[in-house]
Design a protein. Structure first.
Length: 592
């Protein structure tokens, strides 16, 4: 009877944690609109045909592809095909993947450390601020985390065939986020070698089989894409040479570490000028980068517990420490060194190992007695106080929670009683939960998700104006869309634009082909001006939207020279923004 009661209690605790995870990820999910409309446009396009679906097309004409692998977008497309295309249906798969990740982490930690550790790990991941933020978006990192956890579970079994299956899952993860998935590879190899019986011949055999499985599964779609004749598939978005392999190595690889230099000098703003809008999280790369409060507040609230857990559990449960410690260490090193394109939501891959090690730390400290428990509570309270003080200041009432945990830690040490530690543990959960709730009520920039209690409270969170709020899409004006559809005539594209950021809202809301002739950011050499002029001459393009905030390019010069500006009164119903205005040009105006 006692065993049955314990199992019921365990199931109830897990159920509460999973319910909490679901609420944080699903509550007000429809408020996030279409999230990253660049990805949403790809889903809307892939719904229109198997060819578009396979090649991960950005637009319904298959002019250019998305600059990420297809697996997560295929899942979103299937959800949209069944439930209908909307912002909610393309966000739902990531929310469900996030809840599933919480459940899987519980199982992985429970096996070696027991039910209590599993529930604590699940709770820490359920309330990890960056995990909540990314799971409420249509970015692909939620599926990356889920597949990595599944792969970790396979590798942890220590059997050759299980390791091969782990590599298959890692290959699937590669088809979600390319090289970002392979950072977890050393952790999977390390835990397999730790758990499996020592036999170098068998190790080499299974490592070779696993490597082969990873290559075959990981590169299958990339190879199929590049082997297709270029005129029979979309252009590989965000590549220079129209190659998906190049996308893997350069834009989604090298450029994450070394930011491309601008082709023209960027003037240094003076104090009287408007501050520059940062498009990346500009925390300098270095060994203490992830200790910056803006980053640490996303995933590292239990960092002292995680470190203590790794130290105290090393002898008793070495394999688990190897898995989670290597996972955290490899991603931590990569993110600390990434001086190129870096966004705060990448830190979602650090949430599972920190949650697992934090739970291990709680259990190991409890086992070692009140002195160790007091040390863990106090260290974690001081760490959280550091994050809060630099994020909100000492004058805020939020500082009371780490202070309360610090006092409880002192009381545990003084009175040699462990039950009061529950009070300190609850106090230490308040701040990460509040940060996580900010992703629900103040999500900020939906394209680059993050959690920020300062932002929710109306304070400066240090990310800058571009990264701390969302902007209405410039080309989402209903009057503009109606004008384009009513006047396009027989043009293949309802409109052309220099980049996908201007074309995506048109595709999302109409399902019609819109040409992004410069790819995602407008720098892809998809076509030259002569090719574009030929498209216009053939009647494929009539209208072009240009942004006024960007420097003029050859395309814009040609459009302004050969097109006629359309009176904004005919197509604009929303007031123009001072910094983000657009112009509409007609390249085939009717004769007067």
């Amino acid at each position: 009877m006692e065993l049955k009661a314990r199992r019921r209690l365990e199931a109830a605790a897990l159920g509460v944690v999973l319910l909490l995870a679901a609420v944080l990820r699903l509550w007000r999910l429809e408020d996030n609109g279409f999230g990253t409309e660049y990805y949403a446009a790809g889903v809307r396009s892939m719904l229109q045909g198997g060819w578009l679906f396979f090649y991960n097309a950005f637009d319904p004409a298959g002019f250019v592809s998305l600059d990420k692998p297809p697996l997560a977008f295929w899942i979103q497309t299937l959800f949209a095909a069944v439930l209908g295309f909307s912002g909610w249906t393309i966000h739902l798969p990531q929310a469900l993947a996030g809840v599933a990740s919480v459940a899987i982490l519980y199982r992985l930690v429970r096996r070696p450390f027991g039910a209590a550790a599993g529930v604590i790990a699940a709770l820490l991941l359920a309330t990890a601020p960056i995990a909540v933020a990314i799971d409420r978006s249509n970015n692909t990192d939620s599926w990356l985390v889920l597949l990595l956890l599944l792969a970790a579970g396979m590798a942890q079994r220590g059997r050759g065939l299980s390791f091969v299956l782990a590599m298959v899952l890692l290959g699937l993860a590669f088809n979600v986020k390319m090289l970002a998935a392979l950072v977890c590879g050393p952790a999977l190899v390390a835990v397999y070698l730790t758990v499996a019986p020592f036999d170098w011949r068998r190790h080499l055999f299974w490592l070779a089989c696993g490597g082969a499985a990873l290559v075959v599964v990981g590169l299958s779609w990339v190879t199929a894409f590049d082997l297709t004749p270029k005129d029979r598939r979309p252009y590989a978005g965000s590549s220079i040479g129209n190659s998906m392999f190049e996308l893997v190595v350069m834009h989604n690889g090298w450029e994450r570490f070394v930011r491309p230099q601008p082709t023209i000098p960027v003037p240094v703003p003076t104090p009287t000028q408007v501050p520059r809008y940062e498009a990346y999280d500009a925390v300098p790369a270095g060994p203490f980068r992830l200790a910056e409060p803006m980053f640490a507040g996303q995933f590292a609230w239990a960092l002292p517990l995680a470190v203590l857990g790794a130290v105290l559990a090393w002898r008793r449960r070495r394999a688990a420490v190897v898995l989670w410690g290597t996972w955290a260490l490899t991603y931590g090193i990569v993110y600390s060194a990434a001086g190129g394109i870096f966004h705060i939501y990448y830190l979602a891959t650090l949430a599972p190992p920190l949650a697992a090690l934090g739970a291990i730390g709680c259990i190991e400290l409890w086992r070692h007695g009140s002195r160790h428990l007091a040390l863990g509570l106090a260290a974690t309270a001081l760490w959280q106080g550091y994050i809060v003080e630099l994020s909100l200041g000492w004058t805020t009432l939020w500082i009371a929670f780490p202070v309360a945990a610090l006092l409880v830690g002192a009381a545990v040490l003084w009175r040699d009683k462990r039950p009061p530690a529950f009070i300190g543990g609850i106090a230490l959960l308040v701040l990460p939960a509040a940060w996580a709730m900010s992703a629900v009520f103040a999500p900020g920039n939906l394209i680059l998700p993050s959690a920020s209690l300062p932002r929710w409270l109306g304070l400066d969170d240090g990310r800058g104006p571009l990264l701390s709020r969302s902007y209405q899409p410039l080309t989402g004006d209903p009057k503009l869309l109606a004008y384009l559809q009513a006047n396009r005539g027989k043009a293949r594209f309802v409109v052309a634009a220099p980049n996908a950021l201007l074309a995506a809202p048109v595709i999302v809301r109409t399902g019609e082909p819109a040409m992004a002739f410069g790819g995602f950011m407008g720098s892809d050499p998809i076509m030259n001006v002569e090719d574009f002029a030929e498209q216009v001459a053939n009647g494929d393009v009539r209208f072009v939207i240009l942004g006024t905030a960007r420097r003029s390019s050859d395309f814009q010069t040609w459009v302004r020279a050969h097109g006629v500006p359309v009176d904004p009164a005919l197509w604009r119903s929303l007031p123009p923004e001072r910094r983000r205005a657009i112009e509409l040009y007609d390249l085939m105006p009717p004769p007067r």
